[in-house]
Unconditional design. Sequence first.
Length: 94
Amino acid sequence: MTKEEFVEEVAEKANVSKKVADQGFRTAIEVIREALLNGACVRISGIGVLCVVHRKPRTAMNPKKGTTVHVPAKRTVRLRVSKDLKRDLNGGKK
């Protein structure tokens, strides 16, 4: 689903204009982004928790050349999926 399709769906279900739905979407993304940049976790009920995680530096293998490559430390975002969403994705099973 693209951003445009998402905004259309929200506009239709919330009975608001696409412009209002797009503004709400942009604002929500901005708030989530700011929270993550500040190191906070974002809990979205029914979806999961977005948290910033720190990855340690490591040595990896270049499969084409067979040489080792240094991968520096970095921060990334991890989504821990909620139990309800996991259950629903698996047809009601745990």
